[in-house]
Design a protein around this ligand. Sequence first.
Ligand SMILES: C[S@@+](CC[C@H](N)C(=O)[O-])C[C@H]1O[C@@H](n2cnc3c(N)ncnc32)[C@H](O)[C@@H]1O
Length: 357
Amino acid sequence: MTGMAAHTHDDIDWAERIPALRSADRVHARTHAEIAARLVSHLADHPVVVDAGSGAGGMSAAFAAELARRGGGTIVLVDAVPELLDVAETAAKAAVERAQSDRTGRTDPDAPATETAGTGSTGQQQIALEQARAELAGAATAATVGRGHPGAEAVASAALAGQVSIERVRADVASAELAQLVQPADLVWAASMVHHLPDQQAGIAGLVTALKPHGMLALVEGSPPTYCLPWDLGIGEPGLERRLLAAGDRWFQRMRADMPGSVRMPYGWNTALAKAGLERVGSFSRLVDLPAPSDEAARNYVLEHIAWLASAGDEFVTQEDRDILRRLLDPEDREYLGNREDIYVLGTQTVHFGWRR
Ligand SMILES: C[S@@+](CC[C@H](N)C(=O)[O-])C[C@H]1O[C@@H](n2cnc3c(N)ncnc32)[C@H](O)[C@@H]1O
């Protein structure tokens, strides 16, 4: 995780972590959709949503889909790492296309399950539907005349789903106030990003600058740990995952302390949001629950997650645990985690939010 970390303050090579971030996004797809639906339901029509530290774009995609379903809007991806912006932009565009396909009644068996509550028909959607039907009638005629015409279905889906603009900004959010980088936002979302900034409280203040009056800031931070392994794996001392999580904590502590200009934030996220001048501060958590036996997506996530903890916490575990982890992560070894039927994903995403006056 050392190496070319020129873009951020945390000595992490984020481009190298793209497969892990994508794998996490896959298992979080349903949770992301639930959170996006809940947050967007509080926003005005055609909102501007900024995803600060968008990573591989799992939540950007969930917001984009939700905006498409609710009549449109703008999503602005902000990240310090251009490779990640490419991946996030692709994910968000694909989500809009899926939302448009869903509107025409087609189903994509490969699409993640993102259907959530709160997507009922509104007057605005009804008008869009009628407009689409009118266009569909015209397009059907045009399609018989012009070979290059996109076709009735494409015209219908574009008209049915709200138009979603996807913008991208490459920036270090610790070096500039967000208001200098993006248009005024109804919602600024930042998941697992603020803790990578040297001064988290200053970072939050920078994010708040981009909010419109009465806009919302929402952060995913401080979620309880994710568990994936049985307590006794039958190899080595039981409780490996607990020890690994403790090692990960020590890595995290050092990651924060080693950041140039690092400032401690000795209070909780609700206090941090209140200190940033936000009101009606609160939080909610959503469960990420993929019970054993795991499907391929959950299995890949567990392997990526344990490999990350093993790598980050390497110097904080015993030699015995290090040797066991090497075996658990080796596809050729009979102890390979990927062959077990009892691995699972149980975690939470905790969202802290507050509103600008
Ligand atoms: C742990 S990832 C989280 C990604 C995504 N929000 C998620 O929840 O999966 C942290 C993200 O923040 C970005 N990041 C870290 N420091 C940053 C900075 N100073 N400015 C902008 N982006 C930053 C990284 O490039 C990475 O995409």
